[in-house]
Write a protein that binds this ligand. Structure first.
Ligand code: KG4
Ligand code: ZN
Length: 378
């Protein structure tokens, strides 16, 4: 229940269902503004992706990201209000990603949120980006706590037991690269644009998943941590054997896109994409099997949720679905636009916290690193 003294500036008390929260996401390369109600209605969810600006560098350049967020945030805010067909005064609280993430972008979003909160005389809520992903399946599905969650994005790869709001236990994480990063680095070696995940999935459809045997780090080992650096090294070795590339170096890699229509190379690329995706699927299934066992010791819930950009991959989803059904688990996955970074999931996480009376002070400092287990600092 929201204490009335938190409803700063509100003329009258609104029921929790009627609450309207605006959420700002700016922790990586998407400027997102979403507006969500207590009844789980997404009134708008505007995302301006910066992928074209980062594409020449085949990865996110923090300086470019910060500047782009600065240029886009007000435009996204106005577009979000317009699409939601509401007036700024109807918003009850402003939530924004305050970390973890690229600090320049996080500062842009935080300062915009704090200024709005001051100007509109509404509460400001600092949201942990990972909590945004973690709670996102609760917007589109009636997913109750507790549940086991697999977060797979460009920056994160972990199993989290979500036992209640703010009660999160990390069961396993990556020891090196995140799975999305492994997709992006593989794509970079093949000369594909950033982010490479969707293109690898597409190319894999026409490839032979058994053409290249790639290593599966930590496979069949206990626990549910991940490791992808060995897989990345193996991919590099395979790429270096492709015809025209005498040696593996940046110059040779830069020539790959122009060679993609070369038939044997084209087949190699498709086969490598398929083999890579198949291997990632086998790793995710193996780790998920262990995560389920660990989770079952702390909860008898059979709910499993997946989110993060990599959760958009249909092949990986189907592999996990197969395994989960075998163990009697139900898989919840948010729709694609809620899987990748967006403002609606930040608004929703803000709303869930706001309902518990948690708001942040104007002194809250954004943080590049912010663990989920440490609890929220309101
Ligand atoms: O959650 P997200 O939008 O941003 C963060 O990293 O927080 O995730 C982006 C990541 C990128 O690494 C991208 O390559 C990957 O998700 N990705 C995919 C797919 N779509 C996006 N990976 C595999 N298959 C996809 N279809
Ligand atoms: Zn994310």
């Amino acid at each position: 229940m929201i204490p009335k003294n938190l409803l700063l500036g509100s003329q009258s008390y609104k029921s929790e269902e009627k609450m309207i929260i605006l959420g700002i996401e700016s922790s990586c390369d998407d400027t997102g503004i979403g507006i969500v109600t207590g009844e789980k209605k997404i009134l708008s969810n505007i995302v301006y992706s910066q992928f074209k600006e980062h594409a020449p560098y085949k990865g996110v350049v923090p300086e470019i990201a910060s500047r782009s967020h600065m240029a886009a945030v007000k435009i996204a805010y106005e577009a979000a209000l317009k699409e939601a067909e509401i007036n700024a005064r109807e918003i009850d609280a402003i939530a924004a990603t305050a970390g973890p993430g690229l600090i320049g972008g996080v500062i842009v979003g935080t300062m915009f949120a704090k200024s709005l909160a001051l100007g509109l005389e509404k509460p400001y809520i600092a949201v942990n980006h990972m909590e945004g992903h973690l709670l996102s399946p609760r917007i589109s599905n009636n997913l109750e706590f507790p549940y086991l969650m697999l977060l797979v994005s460009g920056g994160h790869c972990q199993f989290v037991a979500a036992l209640g709001l703010g009660q999160y236990k990390i069961l396993g994480s990556t020891l090196d690269d995140a799975v999305g990063e492994a997709f992006d680095k593989t794509g970079k070696m093949l000369g594909l644009d950033y982010p490479a995940g969707p293109m690898i999935e597409k190319l894999a459809l026409d490839g032979d998943p058994h053409k290249f045997e790639l290593p599966k780090p930590l496979f069949k080992r206990s626990g549910c941590d991940f490791s992808f650096s060995g897989l990345k090294t193996a991919v590099r070795e395979v790429v270096s054997t492709f015809g025209h590339c005498e040696e593996y170096n940046d110059e040779a890699i830069d020539r790959l896109p122009s060679l993609i229509y070369d038939a044997p190379r084209n087949d190699n690329i498709k086969n490598l994409c398929a083999s890579f995706q198949f291997t990632v699927g086998a790793i995710l299934k193996d780790r998920t099997e262990n995560a389920i066992k660990i989770f079952s010791k702390i909860s008898d819930s059979k709910n499993f949720a997946i989110a993060g950009g990599v959760a958009a991959n249909q092949y990986l989803r189907s592999q996990l679905q197969e395994l989960l059904s075998k163990h009697g688990f139900t898989m919840y996955a948010p729709p694609m636009d809620l899987c990748t970074d967006n403002g609606a999931m930040i608004a929703w996480a803000g709303l869930e916290n706001f309902r518990e009376g948690r708001v942040s002070s104007q002194d809250f400092c954004p943080r590049a690193r912010w663990g989920l287990e440490g609890g929220q600092l309101y």
